[in-house]
Design a protein around this ligand. Structure first.
Ligand code: F6R
Length: 347
C-alpha cells in the first residue's frame, strides 16, 4: 500500500505533482462559488498547524493582489480574538481533516455573522456539512501524520481563489507549470538527502524568510519539529536581530528561503549576518542565483521561472524532504511521530 516507498510520508511527498493537477480540477467549482458569493470586502482565515501556514500565504496573496484586508487567526485563539466579523467578511476555514475541534468551533461561531467557506480534503467531513461554501482540495487520502500533499493542495486552492477574486488569471496559468517543476526537484532528491545526513545530529535549526517566504519558513520548522524531534524555529528574517540572533552559532544551522523578488536581497543580508556568527546556511533559491552560491554553504535550487509570489508551492518541497530524510537518518518513523495524531478532535 506504500507503493514501493519506505513510508507514507515520502510517498505523499512524491504524489504532490499529481495532487496539484487534481486540485486544479476544482477550478470550475471555485468559479461557481465566487460568482455566488458576490463582493468580498474582508477575509478572515481560521486554521491550525500546517493549515494555518497555508492561510498566512493567503493573506499575502489577497492583500498584495486584491487589496482585500485579510486576517489570519489560529482556530484555538478565535474565541479570544476574532477581529471584527460582519456580513461582508468571508471567513475561510482551512482543514485537511475537516474534523479539527477548534476549527469546527470557530466555524460555528463565524456562521452567526459571516459567510463561511471551508477548504477541506476529507469528503463528507463535519466542516463540509456545516460551512456555507465548500472547496475540496482533492489531494487524495493522506496517511502520514505530517501534512505534505494536502498543504500543497490547500495552497493550490488558495491561489485559484485569489486568481478569481482578485482577477489575476495569470495565477491559474502559472499553477499549471508547477507540477513539472516539483517533479524535477523530486527526481534530484539525493542531493537533499545528503544535506539531511550532514545535519542529522543538530539540536536547533532556524528557518528564515520574508514576505511570501515567511510562512514557508514556519512550515519548514514545523515539519522538522514533528518528525525529527529537533527544535526548529521559523522566523521572519527581519526579526532575527530583535532577539534570536543571540542564539546563532556554528551549532545552529539556518535554512534561508530566498526566491527571486522583492525580499531577496534583504534575506541575503540576513544570511550574511548569521554566517558572521558561524552558522551553516542552507539556502533554497533560484538555480542560477550566483549570489546565493557564494553566500550559503549548501544551495537547493528551484526552477528560475518561479518568482516570489508562486514560490510557496514549490519551495516547501525541499523543506519537506529535508525533514523526512533527517527523520529517517535519526531512526524515527516519520509516519508516526510521538505524541501526535492525524486528527485533533479535542479543543
Ligand atoms: C502538521 C499537521 C498539523 C495539522 C493541524 C490541522 O503536519 O498535520 O499541524 O495541520 O492539526 O489539521 P487540519 O488541517 O486537519 O485541521
Amino acid at each position: 500500500e506504500k507503493g514501493g516507498y519506505d513510508h507514507f510520508m515520502i510517498k505523499e511527498i512524491h504524489e504532490q505533482p499529481e495532487a496539484i493537477k487534481n486540485t486544479l480540477m476544482e477550478l470550475t467549482d471555485i468559479e461557481k462559488i465566487v460568482n455566488k458569493m458576490g463582493n468580498v470586502k474582508r477575509i478572515c482565515f481560521v486554521a491550525c498547524g500546517t493549515s494555518y501556514h497555508a492561510s498566512l500565504i493567503g493573506k499575502y496573496l489577497f492583500e498584495s493582489l486584491g487589496g482585500i484586508p485579510t486576517d489570519v487567526i489560529l482556530a484555538s485563539e478565535f474565541k479570544y480574538s476574532a477581529g471584527s466579523l460582519d456580513k461582508d467578511t468571508l471567513v475561510i476555514l482551512i482543514s485537511q481533516s475537516g474534523e479539527t475541534a477548534d476549527t469546527l468551533k470557530a466555524l460555528r461561531t463565524a456562521k452567526n455573522t459571516s459567510k463561511t467557506l471551508a477548504i477541506v480534503n476529507v469528503l463528507g467531513s463535519t466542516a463540509t456539512r456545516e460551512a456555507d461554501y465548500i472547496i475540496y482540495t482533492r489531494a487524495g487520502p493522506e496517511i502520514g501524520v505530517a501534512a505534505t500533499k494536502t498543504y500543497i493542495s490547500q495552497l493550490t486552492c488558495i491561489y485559484m481563489l485569489a486568481g478569481l477574486l482578485c482577477k489575476h488569471g495569470d495565477l491559474v496559468d502559472k499553477l499549471h507549470e508547477i507540477p513539472q517543476i516539483i517533479q524535477n526537484m523530486l527526481d534530484n532528491e539525493d542531493y537533499i538527502k545528503a544535506i539531511a545526513q550532514k545535519y542529522r545530529d543538530a539540536q536547533d535549526f532556524f528557518f528564515i524568510g520574508r514576505g511570501f517566504s515567511y510562512p514557508t519558513a514556519l512550515e519548514g520548522a514545523l515539519k522538522l519539529k514533528e518528525i525529527t524531534y529537533i527544535h526548529g524555529e521559523g522566523y521572519a528574517a527581519g526579526e532575527l536581530k530583535h532577539g534570536p540572533l543571540a542564539l546563532i552559532d556554528d551549532e545552529v544551522p539556518v535554512v534561508a528561503v530566498t526566491p527571486p523578488g522583492e525580499s531577496h536581497d534583504k534575506t541575503v543580508s540576513n544570511v550574511e549576518e548569521v554566517r558572521a556568527r558561524g552558522a551553516h546556511v542552507i539556502a533554497v533559491g533560484a538555480e542560477s542565483d550566483e549570489n546565493l552560491q557564494s553566500e550559503a554553504e549548501d544551495v537547493i535550487g528551484v526552477d528560475d521561472s518561479i518568482d516570489e509570489i508562486m514560490s510557496p508551492i514549490p519551495y516547501v518541497v525541499p523543506l519537506q524532504l529535508l525533514s523526512y530524510y533527517m527523520s529517517v537518518a535519526r531512526g524515527i518513523d516519520p509516519d508516526k511521530p510521538k505524541n501526535l495524531a492525524k486528527c485533533v478532535t479535542v479543543e
